[in-house]
Design a protein around this ligand. Structure first.
Ligand SMILES: [Fe+2]
Ligand SMILES: [Fe+2]
Length: 464
């Protein structure tokens, strides 16, 4: 068993935590890996040309890393509207000029109901066409408003929240969702809108393509003055090469970082809660899963005498354990049937993604280990590493038991919530092979099937 390495002492910069977690947001929003970081760097470069106050730079820095925090909130709706993989649809939308009706319809036609009959696809497309603006505004509003709320929840401030809320507004008023025009759009949101598009085209097609698109959309999507400002660093090839090679290091080495906040313990808790909410918002069937698993893990651990810093760490790992699920399309998560072998392979990737994202945060190594092991089994037949009992320490076993307990006691896409008695029958069958019997025993003490008055306790009581 590995030694327990709790947080390294010393302050954790807020920017570093958000920078690593932004990879989870890239996963769910159909952007390429590192998009939020690169957008942040491009946005700050534009800001340095136009000259902004330090406080504005800080807001821009944090907002650009968290700009897609609301993206998971419209994922289920996106999958339902298109009858398709929400992440794939979002990915193909990124290079589309969706203000142009013909171009938007072409992209929609290419994505709607894959594998469906031509008639079914046409019917779905016509349905979408008749409500195009309403659908677009609805999806963007969900994303931007939820994102802005999350920015406030983790204490990034009003200015950062405004950037996130107005990220998709366009200079000519044809953006979304509020159709703000020109100077009515906050200047930092205009910078953000320009920077995110530049990164999409830069990453997909190169620097020239990024500048082609912003010149073509100057005065429609983008503030012409900002396009002029961006042109000032078009030939800074060192900047573009570093951006492609290692945006994480570029962000860490920025001079302005010295002026950014460190993350207090309260702030880290707020970030963990916010990201648990982002994960849970992805699917109606996993709503509040992360927060319930947090409660169950803490209750089992407390029952077993775990406390203090170790308990804090386990609580945070429980909140973030399914972070990697942000990369699983809703067409799989919300499927009302058994997953196909391919879909199952996609699902099995999620604990590894949780681990990789969390391990990228300095001081989160232990938290990443616990979270990444939540689908491992004592007999070594779990995933993603397939390690056995000797590598699964108590904290990992507690989280695995808490996760299974919630998976069984909550309603799933393919079945109703199971009665508590059945939940324990299933868990008992797996005791020793998958789950630690002592963790199950601790759960039973916290949630006995029979209450002292002789009545039976059921899952809805637990979820309340
Ligand atoms: Fe999971
Ligand atoms: Fe889970």
């Amino acid at each position: 068993m590995k030694p327990t390495d709790y947080y390294s002492e010393g302050a954790l910069p807020l920017a570093d935590i958000l920078s690593s977690l932004s990879y989870a947001l890239d996963l769910t929003s159909g952007y390429s890996s590192g998009h939020a970081q690169r957008t942040c760097l491009i946005g700050l470069r534009i800001a340095s040309v136009i000259g902004l106050a330090q406080s504005q730079l800080s807001s821009l820095y944090h907002a650009l890393l968290m700009k897609d925090a609301g993206c998971s909130s419209n994922a289920a709706r996106m999958a339902e509207i298109f009858g398709a993989d929400d992440i794939a649809v979002k990915r193909s939308m990124r290079t589309t000029n969706w203000s142009n009706t013909m171009e938007a319809m072409r992209t929609a036609a290419g994505n709607v109901l894959p594998g469906g009959s031509p008639i079914a696809r046409l019917k779905k497309l016509l349905e979408m066409t008749s409500h195009r603006e309403e659908i677009s505004d609805g999806l963007t509003e969900t994303r931007c408003d939820r994102g802005a709320q999350i920015a406030l929840q983790i204490g990034l401030g009003e200015e950062a929240a405004l950037i996130v809320r107005h990220l998709d507004e366009h200079w000519d008023g044809h953006g979304s969702p509020y159709h703000l025009k020109a100077d009515a759009i906050p200047i930092l949101a205009r910078v953000a809108c320009l920077a995110q598009t530049m990164d999409v085209f830069f990453t997909a097609y190169g620097v020239d393509a990024a500048y082609d698109v912003i010149l073509r959309r100057r005065g429609t999507w983008f503030d012409p003055d900002l396009v002029r400002a961006a042109a000032r660093f078009q030939t800074d090839y060192k900047f573009w090469a570093s951006l492609a090679a290692n945006p994480t290091d570029m962000l860490s080495n920025l001079e302005m970082r010295a002026a950014l906040d460190d993350a207090s313990e309260e702030r880290i808790d707020a970030i963990c809660s916010a990201f648990a909410g982002i994960v849970d918002a992805k699917s109606p069937f996993t709503a509040e899963h992360s927060s319930r698993v947090r409660d169950y893990a803490v209750q089992i651990a407390s029952q077993m005498g775990i406390m203090g810093r170790r308990l804090t760490l386990l609580r945070r790992a429980a909140q973030l354990h399914d972070l990697g699920k942000l990369g699983v399309p809703n067409s799989i998560l919300d499927k009302p049937g058994k997953p196909t072998p391919h879909e199952w392979a996609v699902i099995r990737e999620h604990p590894g993604n949780s681990y990789r994202i969390l391990a990228g945060i300095r001081g989160f190594a232990r938290l990443a280990e616990i979270a990444g092991a939540h689908h491992e089994r004592l007999d070594g037949h779990g995933y993603h590493r397939g390690v056995g009992a000797e590598e699964l320490d108590l904290d990992m076993r507690i989280l695995a038991a808490a996760d299974v307990f919630d998976a069984l006691s909550a309603k799933r896409p393919y079945r109703d919530a199971l009665p508590l008695v059945t939940v324990y029958e299933i868990m008992d069958k797996d005791a020793g092979a998958a789950l630690d019997p002592e963790c199950i025993a601790a759960l039973k003490s916290v949630y006995p099937t029979e209450l002292t008055d002789g009545t039976r306790q059921e899952p809805q009581v637990l979820a309340a």
